[in-house]
Write a protein that binds this ligand. Structure first.
Ligand code: LIP
Length: 258
């Protein structure tokens, strides 16, 4: 199944790479929460391909307006373009993110950055890979760490606590980063380009595939309170290598992230 997912996600990535300037941008819940015609085009391409590959599976995706809950059985959790605002602005930092879940367990994760032709994959218990090469989280401690902070732009109630935690981290790590794609930030942690990532509130499709890739690369991933992820509802997220994880959670408790 992983190879089928990988082939379909790579083909979906070419739609993003070949997008033209007319993206037909629309607002969803607010000025921060945008969608383009390509988000829906990529999602429908993925729906057709993935459900052909696994007939009867559920499809739980960002641009479905039905508001339906995540199906209980085998289910694809899909973000057709993670980093939509980056895509709109031409920042070339977006990806296709697809996970295959069985209940609350992610069994396969695939994230493809079409701009760099980087394909991150993981299968539960079988390691994490970048373009077929095994990847591992770094061994750096917080004092040597780069830490990604998601800004939860769709949720103003989280801003103060998010930037309180970011300020606290800034004094302890080398530097913080904000790149606008949770899935790619998780992949950067998985391959040791960064040591940790947090975000106060985001959706299952933003983190389902990336959480497996980080775990299979030797990292730890929970919500900001240290509880297991359920992948059915919005959640906070904390991901890090073994040397930084506990300190990230401790600082988050101090910042009382929402
Ligand atoms: C985005 C995430 C990002 C988060 C944004 C948004 P989208 O996903 O990747 O980390 O801060 O609020 O959720 O909406 O571009 O697929």
């Amino acid at each position: 199944m992983l190879q089928a997912m990988t082939d379909i996600v790579r083909a979906a990535g070419s739609i993003i790479r070949q997008a033209d300037a007319d993206k037909a941008v629309r607002r969803k819940s607010s000025k921060h929460d945008l969608v383009t015609r390509y988000d829906t085009e990529v999602q429908e391409f993925l729906r057709r391909g993935l459900l052909d590959a696994l007939p009867g599976a559920g499809f739980f995706a960002e641009e479905d307006d039905s508001g339906a809950a995540k199906p209980a059985g085998p289910c694809f959790i899909v973000d057709p373009i993670d980093g939509t605002t980056n895509f709109i602005k031409g920042l070339r930092r977006s990806c296709v993110s697809v996970a295959l879940a069985e209940g609350a367990r992610i069994v396969c994760g695939v994230i493809y950055n079409p701009y760099t032709d980087e394909m991150f994959t993981a299968e539960a218990g079988k390691g994490a890979y970048l373009n077929g090469e095994a990847i591992h989280v770094s061994r750096c401690c917080m004092d040597e760490a780069v830490v990604y902070t998601g800004a939860s732009p769709y949720y103003p109630a989280c801003y103060d606590e998010t930037f309180r935690l970011a300020r606290s981290l800034m004094g302890r790590c080398v530097d913080i980063r904000r790149s606008g794609s949770a899935a790619l930030e998780l992949c950067d942690v998985a391959c040791g380009r960064a040591e940790a990532y947090f975000e106060a509130l985001l959706s299952p499709w933003d983190y389902a595939a990336g959480s497996l890739i980080v775990r299979e690369a030797g990292g730890l991933v929970t919500d900001m309170a240290g509880k297991p992820l359920q992948f059915a509802e919005k959640s906070s997220l904390a991901a890090a290598n073994l040397a930084c994880f506990d300190e990230l959670l401790r600082l988050a408790r101090e910042a009382e992230t929402c």
